[in-house]
Design a protein around this ligand. Structure first.
Ligand SMILES: Nc1ncnc2c1ncn2[C@@H]1O[C@H](COP(=O)(O)OP(=O)(O)OP(=O)(O)O)[C@@H](O)[C@H]1O
Ligand SMILES: [Mg+2]
Length: 333
């Protein structure tokens, strides 16, 4: 009999299709590979992303097996990001995960992508943090309380990453725009006044985007625009996070999501935490951006608490494009 000791994680919610294996006994992540849909110009079309996932899934799975020398029969369960995200992407991920589950007669674990972004932060050693979750579609200030991840503040319109990508597109930069904007901002010298919309712990970005476009059309330099955009929007995030730390009396700040790769945002968080006597935790870059390791990591916890679909009840498993972080009952903690 082959011993089953590896859980397979699949990430599929948007631009990234990823495959990861985690070892059950040691909880070690053995592999974390991905293929990211990018563009030179313009944004993302959900149906194209779905097609990308469908085409790449089998290839990446085989590549991960080769890399880790894991035998298919050693897989104990499959975890897939089933919510929230773009429907065509979630659908392809679910089809692939169900195929694996029924071929190898193993359980299927349905994982909330946002909560996976948060839970992987545990690897940094943070115990009871306020989470600043800043990704493409999401911008939330979160803390865990009473079996749920409670949202204390959030964006009222665009997610910070989508906002930065929209701004980048206006400057003729493809997807993802964040890293290029970060470089551009380093060359900016002039701080341009833009609005600073924050109410309590909620923020919004569409007004700033409109103002930036207006300033660009008036001839302001793109480096100065990028610089002013970062200084303003990151200050808002840091202010909201600080308010949450003060309100909740917590002493740890944990970053999550792709925008947390930004070194200026990290620096601003560091300064705020130092001033407040708090500790800042930043996960490795490979765990900040969309990745399958976080799905495998949370998937394993859920599997161990028997939160899964057996291969004979796969018809009950479905994806959910809109599931909110604070709806999920955290039964595995
Ligand atoms: N250095 C950087 N500075 C700013 N933004 C960045 C940087 N690197 C990546 N990003 C942004 O991170 C986003 C992608 O992050 P991630 O993969 O976590 O988000 P997502 O999956 O699109 O959204 P969600 O998790 O909310 O569904 C993109 O918007 C990208 O521009
Ligand atoms: Mg994400």
């Amino acid at each position: 009999m082959v011993k089953k000791n590896y859980l397979l994680g699949i990430e599929c919610t948007a631009h990234t299709f990823g495959i990861s294996f985690i070892e059950k006994k040691t909880k070690k992540i053995l592999c974390n590979i991905k293929d990211v849909f990018t563009t030179e110009k313009g944004g993302l079309i959900p149906t194209e992303l779905g097609k990308h996932h469908m085409k790449i899934a089998e290839f990446l799975f085989k590549k991960a097996l080769e890399k880790t020398k894991i035998n298919e029969k050693e897989i104990i369960a499959v975890a897939v990001s089933s919510s929230p995200g773009l429907a065509p992407c979630l659908k392809e991920g679910m089809i692939f995960a169900k195929k694996i589950s029924s071929s190898f007669k193993i359980p299927l674990v349905c994982v909330n992508h946002c909560i996976a972004h948060l839970e992987i932060g545990e690897l940094t050693g943070a115990k009871d943090p306020v989470l600043l979750y800043v990704s493409g579609a999401n911008t939330q200030i979160i803390a865990y309380e009473g079996k749920k991840y409670r949202i204390f503040g959030e964006t009222l319109d665009l997610g910070i990453g989508n906002f930065i990508d929209c701004f980048a597109r206006e400057l003729g930069i493809g997807f993802p725009g964040g890293p290029k904007i970060e470089e551009m901002a380093k060359k900016g010298k002039k701080y341009l006044e833009i609005s600073y919309p924050i109410k309590g712990m909620d923020v919004s970005f569409s007004g700033i985007l409109a103002k930036l476009i207006h300033l660009k059309n008036k001839g302001e330099k793109k480096e100065d625009l990028a610089f002013s955009m970062q200084e303003t929007s990151f200050a808002m995030l840091v202010e909201a996070a600080e308010r949450a730390l003060a309100h909740l009396g917590k002493k740890e700040l944990l970053l999550g999501g792709g925008v947390a790769c930004n070194s200026r945002l990290q620096e601003m968080c560091k300064i705020m935490c130092k001033e407040r006597g708090c500790k800042l935790f930043i996960p490795e870059k490979q765990f900040l951006l969309d990745n399958a390791a976080m799905i495998a990591y949370l998937g394993l916890k859920m599997f161990e608490k028997k939160i899964f679909f057996k291969p004979e009840e796969l018809n009950k498993a479905d994806f959910n494009p809109r599931e909110r972080t604070d709806i999920v009952k955290v039964e595995w903690k």
